[in-house]
Write a protein that binds this ligand. Structure first.
Ligand code: FAD
Ligand code: GLY
Length: 369
């Protein structure tokens, strides 16, 4: 007899896997349908920064969600480690947002002030004070705002830990299986049409990252996601060069376990081509050397590219269809899907449980540009 799932999730990135984790923990019978393998796309490529304060320059509803999500990580890291044995590499040593000019410094102070007004901790330190903590940083850095609550994780490990946890709680994972349509009878979801046949289910969550557009059309013809390519470089150093990530205008150097430094990333919209260009590597490294000259002594490891899923509304679609019962979307998390994954998964589980309504979706769409 064919299995009927409570919920089938399209996409085994960090978002689909988080939704599966939270639903399966509540006893739902869940399936993840992934055309490649768990953690193959953006969720494999990401630097893993939990940069609520590093990434947001002004207030919006996602900043609020980001704060809630960041606060979930300490407990989540230990829950996932105890249940799955996977260490997601959670580090809470803060993030330094640096300035190399007076103009940058003034801008950072302005951003720091509104963040402090929201109750977030952050403080300005001089270049000299910064180098007392991080001695290898360049003397061209005149100051930094320190965000002690920001942190980072290892993105593919987080994704695999969510999926593994879901599997331990009974989720079936279909890898190498592509969804090409949703089966709807009347105005109820009844299944997914896939390359391996029909998967029967009562509810569907669209979490297909940059490939969500076709299925999102059930919501509205204007809804969709598109890729914003990011190229990243990784090097290794035996000598510890940094304690905490350094962030500057969407550029970062993040120290990872094992003496690894992840540096990036470019921003190239509307291309699905994940080839890494030599000129991108050159410009990433040149910029990194201006911040941390000691990187010149590091050993080359690798370079890769990933596709950030941006939504046509510049805000993620996190909610349910108002007319087709059983149809949900959770996609378009752009630069911050790793950070936002726990809160998104928990919110979707609450929505499916009937403990939430569509107000979040409305407020996100009202901010769209
Ligand atoms: P994805 O990880 O892309 O997963 C979607 C999955 O769905 C894919 O595996 C795909 O194969 C599958 N799929 C799609 N369509 C179908 C279908 N029809 N059938 C079956 N399967 C399907 N975020 C942060 O918070 N912090 C960071 O520091 C950070 N750094 C980043 C650096 C780079 C270079 C990039 C590219 C992204 C970064 N991000 C970061 C953003 C973050 O990676 C994304 O927001 C997040 O991974 C999106 O997760 P997702 O599950 O929606 O998408
Ligand atoms: N959030 C980091 C990036 O998207 O590159």
């Amino acid at each position: 007899m064919k299995k009927i799932y409570d919920v089938a999730i399209v996409g085994g990135g960090v978002i689909g896997s988080s939704v599966a984790h939270f639903l399966a923990e509540r006893g739902y019978k869940v399936a993840i349908i992934e055309k490649q393998k768990i953690a193959s796309e953006a969720s494999k490529a990401a630097a893993g920064l939990l940069g609520v304060q590093a990434e947001w320059d002004e207030y919006d509803p996602l900043f609020e969600l980001g704060r809630q999500s960041r606060a979930m990580f300490p407990k989540l890291a230990s829950v996932l480690r105890d249940k799955t044995g996977i260490d997601i590499g959670y580090e809470e040593k803060g993030i330094y947002r640096i300035a190399q000019s007076e103009e940058e410094s003034v801008r950072l102070l302005h951003i720091m002030k509104w963040q402090q007004q929201t109750g977030e901790e952050s403080h300005f330190i001089s270049g000299k004070e910064l180098r007392e903590k991080e001695p290898y940083l360049s003397s061209s850095i005149i100051g930094a705002v320190y965000h002690p609550k920001d942190g980072h994780v290892i993105a593919p490990e987080l994704t695999k830990a969510f999926a593994h946890s879901a599997a331990i709680s009974g989720t079936d994972i279909y890898e190498g299986t592509e969804v090409f349509d949703i089966q709807i009878k009347g105005n109820h979801v009844t299944g997914l049409l896939t390359t391996e046949g029909t998967i029967l289910c009562e509810k569907v969550v669209i979490a297909g990252g940059s490939w969500s557009t076709k299925l999102l059309e059930y919501f509205h013809s204007e809804w969709g996601t598109y890729p914003v390519k990011g190229e990243v470089v990784a090097v290794r150093s035996r000598k510890p060069l940094l304690q905490a990530p350094i962030f500057q205008e969407r550029f970062y150097i993040a120290p990872k376990r094992g003496g690894r430094y992840v540096i990036g990333a470019t921003m190239k919209p509307h291309t699905y081509n994940k080839a890494v260009r030599p000129e991108s590597i050159t410009s990433i490294l040149e910029r990194a050397y201006r911040i941390l000259p000691a990187l010149k002594e590091a050993e080359w490891e690798s370079a890769w590219a990933g596709l950030r899923p941006q939504s046509n509304h510049s805000m993620p679609y996190i909610g349910m269809h108002e007319e087709i019962t059983g149809l949900y979307a959770c996609t378009g998390h752009y630069r911050n899907g790793i950070l936002l994954s726990p809160v998104s998964g928990q919110y979707m589980a609450d929505l499916i449980d009937g403990k939430q309504d569509n107000r979040l979706l409305d407020s996100l769409l009202s901010q769209s540009i």
